[in-house]
Ligand binder design. Structure first.
Ligand SMILES: [Zn+2]
Length: 238
């Protein structure tokens, strides 16, 4: 049954796929598959004990002052964060899924499919760009950095942007991924306000109904080239 069959085997992955895995059966963590067993994803350095490699020292350090929790895996650059502090990392599939399963995020989902999915963070009605564009965006953001992780801008937003290039042009209507929206459907205004101090604007913000804020339905989103994402964000603040 298609509705429940987003699960994929590692061997079935295709470059540019947006994949996710369940964490604690409560929320989904998202990434972009770039081939050779690797994913690029956005992590929350403050909450995630994942180790990353300091590019300067090439040594393993733990994020957020946490203790080292595991030894590095066989992939030499697994966990590499090229621009320290941005949370964009390249990770092997096994470290990404952490004994969980892998699922492919669905694009061009029908509205019925969207509504039928009880939990956010699994599908979208928007269309995905070709894989080479998706990988270009993800690797560019790995190399050059990205916006800090928070509830407004999380791992799902990162993957959605890589897949679609869509970003909201409405500073007062900044949004988030579907699953964060389900956690906190309201009360984001003050947080948005404080974020304005920095370069920030994330993909879609929401109405209380997930369907209404789906990227494929919203009219406030535009394509923004990854090379211009930073200046685009700043321009919204003027
Ligand atoms: Zn690994």
């Amino acid at each position: 049954m298609e509705l429940f069959s987003q699960k994929v085997k590692q061997s079935e992955l295709e470059k540019g796929d947006h994949v996710y895995t369940w964490r604690k059966n409560m929320y989904t963590h998202h990434g972009i598959f770039i081939g050779e067993g690797k994913l690029i994803h956005l992590v929350n350095p403050k909450a995630d004990g994942i180790l990353h490699i300091s590019t300067a020292s090439k040594s393993w350090i733990s994020s957020g002052g946490r203790k080292k929790e595991k030894t590095p895996c066989a992939m030499s650059d697994c966990g590499l964060e090229k621009v320290a502090g941005t949370g964009v990392r390249v990770t092997c599939i096994d470290c990404f899924i952490k004994k969980g399963s892998l699922y492919r995020f669905k694009y061009e989902a029908s509205r019925e499919f969207l509504v039928a999915k009880l939990r956010g963070g699994t599908c979208n009605t928007a269309r995905s760009d070709p894989p080479e564009e998706v990988i270009h965006r993800a690797t560019y953001l790995l190399e050059n950095g990205y916006i800090e992780y928070d509830l407004i801008n999380n791992c799902e937003d990162f993957a959605l942007y890589c897949k679609t290039g869509l970003w909201s042009k409405d500073i007062s209507y900044q949004g988030r991924s579907s699953q964060a929206n389900m956690v906190h459907p309201t009360k984001m205004e003050d947080k948005v306000g404080s974020r304005m101090q920095r370069f920030v604007t994330a993909i879609p913000r929401s109405c209380s109904k997930r369907e209404n804020k789906d990227l494929g339905i919203r009219e406030d989103v535009v394509k923004v080239a990854v090379e211009e994402l930073s200046s685009f964000g700043l321009s919204l603040l003027r």
